[in-house]
Write a protein that binds this ligand. Sequence first.
Ligand code: LLP
Length: 439
Amino acid sequence: MRSSEREFVSEILGINEAGHMTIGGIDIPLLVEQYGTPLMVMDEEYIEDQCKAYRDALIKHYGENSLVAYAGKAFCTGYMYKILSRYGLGADVVSGGEIYTAKAADFDMSKLFFHGNNKTMQELRQALELGIGFFVVDNSEELELLNTLAGEMGKTAKILFRIKPGIDAHTHDYIKTGAIDSKFGLALETGEALSIIGRVQKLGNVEYVGIHCHIGSQIFESEPYEEAVKVMTSFIKEIFDVLGLETYELNLGGGFGIKYIPSHEPKTPEETVEKLCEELKKSLREKNLPAPRLIIEPGRSIVASAGITVYRVGSVKVIPGVRTYVAVDGGMTDNPRFALYGAVYEFELPEKVTEEKTETVSIAGRCCESGDMLGHDVKLQKAEAGDLLCTLATGAYCYSMSSNYNRLPRPPVVMVKNGTSKVVVKRESYEDLIKNDVF
Ligand code: LLP
């Protein structure tokens, strides 16, 4: 098979003269020689292009009064914040740890949105101390606490409220967040949201600036977003009519789908943003509302397709009439998404990428746990012990959700760009694993 006949789920992947798979033009076996396995590789240019594409599309379709706030939870490291800074992006943070990482990377704190359904007192203090731009308040207890802490520290916290717009996006139950039965945010239907926002006027140390919603993740359709825009703009009008409060910030969250397998058909950032902005401008016109600043929070769609994970196959166990297990030297510790959500992926043997995928196999991780699988009944070239094996599109929610189960050290993250590679997160060592142990 010639390389031109192969199409991968991500455009950063290719095939070189040696018949090996490449990422960002670099031979994958060569990267493994240098860095070992398991290994996470990310294409920096792809991440940069996605950052620019969202930013430019927002400016084109809505104007300068807009911001792309990358959702840090997708992949949060110091180097990632450096990339975001280069392109003027903001970020969504959800913990003291993510805030600390941003600060350590000299990120502009005024561009951070602090999310979470149960921020601790310590985290709220840390965020106030560091001058975080916006607090996305989830519940009434948080509102009171934030007001008290801000008062004690002589600060005023700018707040948005997390709203459940009552939208049911078609995605996995665990990553669905917009409907009323969700642990996140305030309900519209019950009057909860309006009544809590009304309380702000009596509190001296918080300033109402806007509302936020996030309807779920890995969503391909534009309709749920258009629905969300209608609901949110109606609510902006209600807040003004009933409470006399003007809304300056409208944050519509993230959740834009990416291509994990060939049948996935995601929209480009330009298409996504255009649809969203057209609906928003229309809704604002119809309701005669001044245009708020528009914020979106893509996470997955900025980093997922930039990454791959490379493993070494240790064994191929054929159970006649049952299944074939191809075991790799990583698994749910570096990618828990199959175990958690039954997430689908494409797999390749990078040194045999020109061969047909004649086999149907299950990819097993190395943990002492039957559920430690990366995929069931997937198509693959014929694998043998010693082969390299890649999972594609692992740039989002893999490293950030990784663990040390079975005391497995986390793999390193290597960025490739312009034909060169560099480590941006080191491989964990055994010393790292025991550094907090008290003997
Ligand atoms: N904004 C908020 C408030 C969020 O909660 C999230 C994701 C995002 C933005 C970014 O969504 P994205 O553009 O990345 O879809 N661990 C799951 C995904 C959980 C998403 C949580 N919130 C997974 O691996 O699929």
